[in-house]
Ligand binder design. Structure first.
Ligand SMILES: NC(=O)c1ccc[n+]([C@@H]2O[C@H](COP(=O)([O-])OP(=O)(O)OC[C@H]3O[C@@H](n4cnc5c(N)ncnc54)[C@H](O)[C@@H]3O)[C@@H](O)[C@H]2O)c1
Length: 252
């Protein structure tokens, strides 16, 4: 049946890049399990309105027990998870120097942006192994390879961790025809990014765009298109890679 009607679990699905990915994968014919801590029905409604299939699951991705219960509910209600997109994340907002970082903020960043990827992968891998097919896509960031303003060391650390997890999983899972890749966006126009703009004037987005080789604002659909391709059978032989979608900023 190809990828049609396979179940894709997308975290951080209520808004921003996650919502864009849900809408794109639904248009590709996948059934969407939209996971978020926020009880927003907009993502699911936009998919159902155009004839797609989706359901929302409320889950704090940083909590292993909630992740396990959510994956079990999805498998029971929609079917086994074939595609896992670990997109949920918090931004380094406000920027904080390491010397001023509390234990609580450090651990929150690690739990939401990195532990969550491990929890979901651990819960979903057995289903993918049973079918000898699967896709895992983890969200890193171009900041791991490029310039990051001071105050985001905790964020850089987890985004580097996402690359390590991706490479490790690709090594473990290739023999079961399960691929694992990372996406590293540059600066993308999302609600989370807007919250980092203290003036509300779009300065953060404008400054970031000016530093790119391609002088255009990156939108969630630009990221979703790459996820769609990685999920497709055309990308069967792509694994362990980090795909930068950043207007060339890591090339400068
Ligand atoms: N926007 C960018 O410029 C950019 C750049 C590089 C990487 N990224 C990465 O892309 C991903 C998505 O970013 P975005 O800009 O769309 O973010 P966003 O803030 O716009 O949306 C993030 C979503 O994740 C959800 N979320 C946060 N904490 C959660 C938790 N504990 N449990 C469940 N859901 C939770 C939020 O409710 C929200 O719906 C993140 O991993 C981010 O680090 C974004």
């Amino acid at each position: 049946m190809g990828i049609q009607r396979k179940v894709a679990l997308v975290t951080g699905a209520a808004k921003g890049i996650g919502r864009g990915i849900c809408e794109r994968l639904a248009a590709d014919g996948l059934v969407i399990a939209a996971v978020d801590i926020e009880p927003s029905s907009d993502t699911v409604k936009s998919i159902i309105d155009v004839g797609g299939r989706a359901a929302m699951y409320i889950c704090d991705v940083s909590k292993a027990d909630q992740v396990n219960a959510t994956v079990a509910a999805i498998a029971r209600e929609l079917g086994p998870v074939a595609v896992l997109v670990n997109n949920a994340g918090i931004h380094p907002n406000p920027p904080t120097m390491t010397k001023d970082m509390s234990d609580e903020r450090w651990h929150q960043m690690v739990a939401v942006d990195l532990d969550s990827m491990f929890y979901f992968a651990r819960a979903c891998i057995p289903m993918m192994q049973e079918f000898k097919w699967g896709r895992i896509i983890n969200f890193s960031s171009a900041c791991f390879d490029g310039f990051t303003p001071p105050g985001a060391t905790h964020y850089m650390t987890v985004k580097g961790g996402a690359v390590g997890l991706t490479r490790g999983l690709s090594t473990e899972l290739g023999s079961d025809f399960i691929t694992c890749n990372a996406i590293a966006p540059g600066t993308v126009d999302t609600p989370g990014l807007s919250e980092m703009d203290p003036t509300g004037s779009g300065m953060v987005l404008k400054a970031a765009t000016a530093s790119q080789l391609v002088q255009k604002i990156t939108k969630p659909h630009n990221i979703a298109a790459a996820v769609s391709w990685l999920v497709s059978e055309e990308a069967d032989m792509v694994t362990g890679q980090v795909i930068h979608i950043d207007g060339g900023v890591t090339r400068t």
